[in-house]
Design a binder for this molecule. Sequence first.
Ligand code: UD1
Length: 338
Amino acid sequence: MNILLTGGAGFIGSHTCVELLNSGYGVVIADDLSNSKIQVIDRIEEITGKRPVFYKIDVSDKPALDVVFKENDIDAVVHFAGYKAVGESCTKPLKYYRNNLDTTLTLLELMEKYDVNSFIFSSSATVYGADAPVPYTEGMQTGGCTNPYGWTKYMIEQILKDASAANEKLSVVLLRYFNPIGAHSSGKIGEDPSGIPNNLLPYITQVASGKLSELGVFGNDYETHDGTGVRDYIHVCDLADGHVLSVKYAAEHKGVQEINLGTGVGYSVLDVVNAFEQANDIKIPYAIKPRRDGDLPEYYADASKALKLLGWSAKRDLKAMCRDSWNWQKNNPNGYEY
Ligand code: UD1
């Protein structure tokens, strides 16, 4: 089976590519490299001994994407391509709506043309919005998102539900990610943010390497066990395994399934700092800063549906996530730019 990964050169896409290749699937990547590097393809080959087919294209460029479908016998699509910076989505909302929605619509039109009927979507726990009680379960209402990035995920979920309702052949899995961190244990692929990182783990690893002087902890007055924000961190390789199982599931079922991919356990910012220090024997200096706009105090997954439907649960603990994140950063101080 051949799987098309849009955005397959990115953080989650590249790890999923490795797991798909290791599981015997053929992989075709379509990525415009706007937030990723071409070197990742060599690294994937170094890890797996196999090279994915690669197209440098914008997925919303319909003639270019048509060529990908024409030249490859695609059986399923995993759609990672999309802008994902929460803060930027607030200052450039149209850029986010245009890109994230257009890529999805173009893909769906071409999937219909080429009779490809399995669609796995990179959604996010952000679709549960600001007022949802924890743990988040898939049956809960979605909406009330706190930023345009989150709304694009919400809207794409709706587009996919409508497309599936109108086409009984279509199978859709909406994977709602919690907070992916970690890296492949080889240290050859990992998260490579451009500029100063927005997210917690890349920031911590750059403090550990001395690139940044200290971590700012955004608020210590939340109603959580130590006052800092609580999230459900999940190892990116566990997340990748969830995609492989979803591809299999989509091939065997029709209709739409929303599935949380999280561990079911919440850790605070300071829990993560402590785990990182212990796993790697490196001190992370930090200072308490004001709360960050739009942050929620606490959320984590009810991960039971993934176990029931896919037979999936997270295997790697927080220590492994911190160790692998650091192993990647240490071996690649400048990311893929060596
Ligand atoms: C956000 C998005 C989520 C997206 C994820 C990864 C929302 C509401 N959340 O999650 O959808 O999947 O980014 O792109 O849209 N923190 C610090 N200092 C820092 C950085 C973070 O204290 O320098 C804290 C935050 O306040 C938060 C936790 O660490 O409590 C995690 O933050 P982050 O890694 O940015 O992810 P989220 O905001 O949870």
